[in-house]
Design a protein around this ligand. Structure first.
Ligand code: TRP
Length: 321
C-alpha cells in the first residue's frame, strides 16, 4: 500500500473552502493509502503569538477532522509539536541547504515584495521544516493544493541533496495535486479565506451560518426575471456540495424566472445543514472534550514517532552522530 502524508496549519474552525479544498481529500485518502496527517503547529508559530489561540485552533481543527470522518484507526493523526523529530531533522537539513535556494521560495519572495523586511528566520526556514515533515515519513505521495507545489519540489531537492552528500537515505516525494480540487469562492466572490472575512463556517451556530449565507453577494436582477446560474455565487456554491441532479433542478429554477436569490440562498443553507448535520453534532460533542482530543493526538504521535524515529536514526548515523 502506498504511503501518503499531508499537513495542515491550525487556523481555527474550518470553513467550507478548507473542507472542499483540502480536508475532504485528506479524509478520503485513508481508504486507499496508508495515510499520515498532522497538524502543523510548529509552522503555525510563524504567525500565532498567543498560547490560548494556539491551543484553541489546534483543538478546533482536530475536532473538525474527527467530526468529518477521519478514522484514527486508519490515519495516523497527530500534531507536529508532540514529536521532537521534526525540529531535529529540520536543523540537519538547514546545514546542507543554501540561502539562495530558500530565497527562491514564493512565500518568502511575496513577503519581501510586500516590503515585509522584518520576516522571521522561522518564516524563511518554513520550507525546510516542511521538507523535514515529509522526509521523516518517507511517503510516496504528498497531496497538496497548487499553492504548495513549490514546497514539495523543494523537499525533493533537499532530499536529493542529502542523498548526494551522505548516500541514499530519503525517498523522493511526489506532489499529488488533484486537478478537480475546487477553488471555492467566498461570499464576496474572492477565494474563500479567513483573511478576507468571506467564509461560510460549516461548524458555526445556525444563526451565524444563516447570516453568512444570506450575505452572499448577488446582482440586482428582480425576482421574476430569469437568471443565469453561471453568474451566481449562490449557485456555484450549491453546485459544489449538491448532487448533479439537485444542481440541474436548481439551474432550471434560475432559468425559468420567478425564483429569487433569497430563495436560492435558503436552498443553499438547507443543503449545508443537511450535509453537515452529523459532523456538526459530532463537533459540538468533541469540542467540549479537550482531554479526549489531546489523548487522540497523543496516541497518533506515538504511532508517528515509531516511523520518524527510524528515519532520524539513520540520518544521524549518516552524518556521523
Ligand atoms: N505548508 C502547508 C500549508 O500551509 C502545511 C504543511 C506543513 C504541509 N508541513 C507539510 C503540507 C508537509 C504537506 C506536507 O498548507
Amino acid at each position: 500500500m502506498k504511503r501518503i502524508l499531508s499537513g495542515i496549519q491550525p487556523s481555527g474552525k474550518p470553513h467550507l473552502g478548507n473542507y472542499l479544498g483540502a480536508m475532504r481529500q485528506h479524509i478520503e485518502m485513508q481508504k486507499d493509502f496508508e495515510a499520515i496527517l498532522f497538524i502543523a503547529d510548529l509552522h503555525a508559530l510563524t504567525t500565532v503569538r498567543n498560547a490560548a489561540e494556539m491551543k484553541a485552533q489546534t483543538l478546533d481543527i482536530a475536532a473538525a477532522y474527527l467530526a468529518l470522518g477521519l478514522d484514527t484507526k486508519k490515519t495516523i493523526f497527530f500534531k507536529q509539536s508532540d514529536l521532537s523529530e521534526h525540529a531535529e531533522l529540520c536543523w540537519i537539513l538547514d546545514c546542507i541547504t543554501m540561502m539562495p535556494f530558500l530565497e527562491r521560495a514564493h512565500a518568502w519572495k511575496d513577503a519581501q515584495a510586500k516590503g515585509k523586511k522584518e520576516t522571521t528566520v522561522g518564516l524563511f526556514n518554513y520550507p525546510i521544516l516542511q521538507a523535514a515533515d515529509i522526509l521523516l515519513y518517507q511517503p510516496d505521495l504528498v497531496p497538496v493544493g497548487q499553492d504548495q507545489k513549490q514546497h514539495i519540489e523543494m523537499a525533493r531537492d533537499i532530499a536529493q541533496n542529502f542523498n548526494n552528500i551522505f548516500g541514499p537515505t530519503f525517498k523522493l516525494p511526489e506532489p499529488f495535486i488533484k486537478k478537480e480540487v475546487a477553488i471555492v469562492p467566498g461570499t464576496d466572490g474572492q477565494k474563500m479565506s479567513k483573511s478576507y472575512g468571506n467564509t461560510i463556517d460549516i461548524f458555526a451556530d445556525e444563526a451565524t451560518l444563516k447570516k453568512q449565507v444570506m450575505g452572499i453577494k448577488t446582482d440586482s436582477t428582480p425576482l421574476e426575471t430569469p437568471k443565469d446560474p453561471e453568474k451566481c455565487l449562490v449557485f456555484k456554491l450549491y453546485s459544489l456540495i449538491a448532487t448533479p441532479a439537485e444542481t440541474k433542478a436548481l439551474e432550471k429554477k434560475y432559468r425559468k424566472g420567478g425564483f429569487g436569490y433569497g430563495d436560492a440562498k435558503k436552498l443553499l443553507l438547507a443543503k449545508i445543514l443537511e450535509i453537515f448535520a452529523e459532523p456538526r453534532t459530532k463537533y459540538e460533542k468533541l469540542i467540549k472534550n479537550p482531554s479526549l482530543l489531546k489523548k487522540t493526538l497523543e496516541d497518533g504521535a506515538k504511532r508517528a514517532k515509531k516511523l520518524a524515529e527510524k528515519t532520524l536514526k539513520e540520518v544521524k548515523e549518516k552524518v556521523g552522530y
